[in-house]
Unconditional design. Structure first.
Lengths: 352, 408
């Protein structure tokens, strides 16, 4: 019973409820928005955004923020097209280079943040400009090739009728979630994110885990970019520009704390599904572009705002004088609690 | 972060530099290869002549001469005067193939005139502030002629262009409505007639639809004048045909927005397809977008209807592939019009160098007519080995473009 209660009141439960509600309401609000054709159109993009958002979750869970999504994503998208230059045989080497460049880009971010102590916001903003500059310089302003035929076919493929991009995202989400929850490195990763001080006291190399988060994120963005290239066949020069804010929105909607520590890649993926379906419904409504943006913005703001309402205190009528603490109510309390819990368990995890 | 031994800091720095260098190296080695300048601001003098790789292909071999002066002398004509010209070339955008081809067309002309001593190239990346500062920096660097695509934002360049005019700089705007007044805010405006293009597309598609059925138009970012004018003209034509219906309502203010981005176009089209089981004709004002739109039809397993759009190599290749599979769809395109930059450059250089400006038809606003027509005209051309976004109308000869643009 306690376990069930904990699950229901978990910060990650809200996005499940919201997404479920959205899917229930969709066919009534905009007919056809849940039809076969609509889902087939939406799922590939959902998959790509989900893969990129997994990376952002890892970084935010470590108390960071990654603004280099557009740069690394675009590098992945461009490389997978320009290296093979249309020759199918060179696809595998191209994918290896994409992965290596993604990891390298993430490493640069990680080292800049941990070794040089640059604020994540500034470090990744700067590196993003460098990556975008490299893309423009290397391509000369336009991409001369289409994705190879086998890559186009792979990304447009379906597994039991489900677009493969969505399947890949699902598998990636499950693997990363299992890694974090079931392996010793994963548990330590969570500990480092919750309380670097406690982790350091327990003898963990905090920097290694933080750099690892950025490197993993870089890999995720680059692969997401490469997948988009295949799906679009001829990608634009900087396709990553459209992926920065949605990744952050999905992470926050999912319930991962912006300050680090609490995080769930599964909830982030559900957040991505929520955002994609919302876009689908709003665009199927046929409303004016301005109205579409307004509706989308309002729902996201509402989604994030509701989480911060101190429901418990309202329910118990305690929302009054004694709660007039200077810091925000529920949200501020959560990370603290988490850090205490994890700090006390730090030595146990570290010594395992 | 906490204090660490110096050695590890040095190791970290070395690693950082190494990784950065590796990433840059890999990308540079694998890139498409062109060396054209992009983003922010670049000053090119003699090096403009060394730019040899071009996606257009027409001038291949012809400009690889040692210094460029030979070609220049050979190509110079009435529009190229004697007085020295510092030519500013600005694009409100600059980071896509369309912008790249536009810049190449302008530079092709500037190389032909020995009076052009220096080129200053600015790409504003769709940032109005960058566009304004770009013009101001050109003025301060002594530019006496500016050729500009003023599309960084909604009429954002007007004050800066006026400032340039006050400094006796010739300002020729092209390919996007400059919004101001000729003579005060700019010297000349050269462009295609977007309303005529809208009518051309709509009339042709409706004819292919057999004068009945449902028509879908998708346009660029909200508020842009190209899509606004085209949408208005298409809506007018549709009203003249009572059996034709628009899938989504369009007007000068509103249309389904693709943002000229393939990913957004594919998503938008998928959503529209889910709502409408019947669509008989498509109009799209950007080549790369229409390619994504067609892909959405293919992904949904729907037959591709009649398509009218701006030209694009990728679109022509899809048309060819479908034809080979026995699913040919009617396709008509209008030129992507980068070649209008040639006349913009000639006009600006002529005014600044004391030459005679070209005698343009219709005050400089041209009705381009059809470029490709799979039903009765020039067959769509696919070149597998060239950029998917390449526009072959830019290879038109001087005589061919003159027929469209010049009097007499």
């Amino acid at each position: 019973m306690t376990a069930l209660k904990r699950r229901v009141t978990s910060p990650f439960a809200a996005i499940w409820v919201a997404t479920l509600l959205l899917f229930i309401v969709s066919p009534f609000v905009a007919s056809g928005s849940l039809g076969h054709s609509a889902l087939q159109g939406m799922l590939p993009f959902t998959g790509i955004l989900a893969i990129a958002a997994i990376g952002q979750t890892l970084v935010i869970q470590q108390g960071g923020l990654d603004l280099s999504v557009p740069g690394i994503f675009s590098m992945g998208a461009v490389l997978v097209v320009t290296i093979p230059g249309g020759s199918e045989g060179s696809l595998i080497p191209a994918l290896i280079v994409v992965a290596a460049v993604g990891l390298a880009g993430g490493l640069i971010n990680g080292i800049a943040v941990t070794r040089f102590g640059i604020t994540p916001l500034v470090a990744t903003l700067g590196s993003n400009a460098i990556f975008i500059g490299v893309v423009i310089q290397a391509t000369g302003g336009s991409i001369a090739f289409k994705a190879t035929k086998n890559w186009q076919e792979f990304t447009a493929d379906k597994v039991f009728g489900i677009p493969i991009l969505a399947v890949i995202a699902l598998i990636a989400t499950i693997l990363v979630a299992l890694f974090i929850s079931r392996t010793i490195w994963g548990r330590r990763f969570v500990l480092v994110g919750s309380s670097p001080l406690a982790a350091r006291a327990a003898g963990l190399s905090v920097e290694r885990y933080q750099v690892g988060a950025y490197a993993g994120a870089g890999l995720a963005y680059a692969l997401a970019g490469a997948l988009l290239s295949g799906y679009l066949q001829s990608p634009p020069l900087l396709p990553g520009n459209e992926y920065l804010l949605p990744t952050i929105a999905a992470v926050v909607l999912g319930g991962t704390a912006l300050g680090g520590g609490r995080g769930s890649v599964i909830a982030t993926t559900v957040g991505v599904l929520f955002l994609s379906q919302l876009e689908q419904v709003v665009s199927a409504l046929g409303a004016k572009t301005s109205v579409q943006y307004l509706i989308q913005g309002a729902i996201i703001a509402l989604g994030m705002g509701i989480r911060n309402v101190p429901w418990d205190r309202i329910r118990h009528g305690r929302f009054g004088a004694d709660d007039a603490a200077p810091t925000g109510p529920a949200t501020a309390a959560t990370p603290d609690t988490t850090s205490h819990d994890t700090a006390s368990g730090a030595s146990r995890i570290a010594s395992q | 972060m906490s204090a660490r031994p110096d050695r590890s800091r040095v190791k970290g720095a070395a690693l950082l530099v190494l990784v950065a260098l590796l990433a840059a190296l890999v990308l540079s080695a694998c890139g498409g290869g062109s060396s054209s300048s992009s983003s922010s601001e670049t000053t090119t003098e003699a090096e403009a002549e060394t730019e040899t790789e071009s996606t257009g292909g027409a001038e291949e071999g012809e400009e690889e001469a040692e210094g460029g002066t030979e070609t220049a002398a050979a190509g110079s004509s009435e529009w190229c005067g004697e007085e020295g010209v510092t030519l500013g070339i600005q694009d409100g955008g600059g980071l896509n193939n369309w912008s790249k081809e536009s810049q190449e067309q302008v530079q092709m002309i500037s190389k032909e005139c020995p009076a052009v001593e220096k080129e200053i190239v600015v790409d504003a990346d769709f940032e109005p502030q960058k566009a304004v500062s770009g013009i101001q920096s050109m003025i301060s660097q002594g530019a006496n002629a500016i050729v500009i695509i003023p599309d960084s934002g909604n009429c954002a360049e007007v004050p800066a262009m006026r400032q340039a005019m006050q400094h006796d700089v010739t300002v020729v705007a092209w390919a996007a409505d400059p919004c101001g007044t000729e003579g005060t805010d700019y010297t000349k405006y050269i462009d295609w007639d977007t309303k005529a293009a809208g009518r051309e597309w709509a009339e042709w598609v409706i004819e292919q639809m057999g004068d009945k059925g449902k028509l879908l138009y998708e346009g660029g970012p909200a508020g842009n004048t190209v899509s606004s004018n085209a949408a208005e003209a298409i809506a007018e034509v549709v009203e003249e045909h009572p059996n034709v219906e628009l899938v989504e309502p369009i007007s000068a203010e509103e249309w389904p927005v693709t943002n000229w981005d393939p990913a957004e176009t594919k998503k938008l089209t998928a959503a529209i397809l889910a709502k409408h089981p019947e669509i008989d004709g498509l109009i799209n004002d950007y080549g790369a977008s229409v390619e994504a739109e067609v892909q959405a039809f293919q992904a949904a397993g729907r037959e591709i209807p009649a398509v009218a759009a701006s030209e694009s190599n990728a679109l022509a290749c899809t048309w060819k592939e479908e034809k080979e599979k026995g699913h040919e769809f009617p396709l008509m395109t209008i030129s992507s019009r980068n070649w209008l930059g040639r006349y913009a450059a000639q006009y600006a250089i002529a005014e600044a160098s004391g030459g005679t400006p070209p005698n343009l038809k219709n005050g400089g606003i041209f009705s381009l007519g059809q470029w490709e027509n799979s039903v009765s005209g020039k067959e769509p051309e696919c070149r597998e080995n060239e950029s998917p976004e390449a526009s072959f109308s830019n290879e038109m000869s001087e005589e061919e473009t003159a027929k469209i643009a010049l009097e007499g």
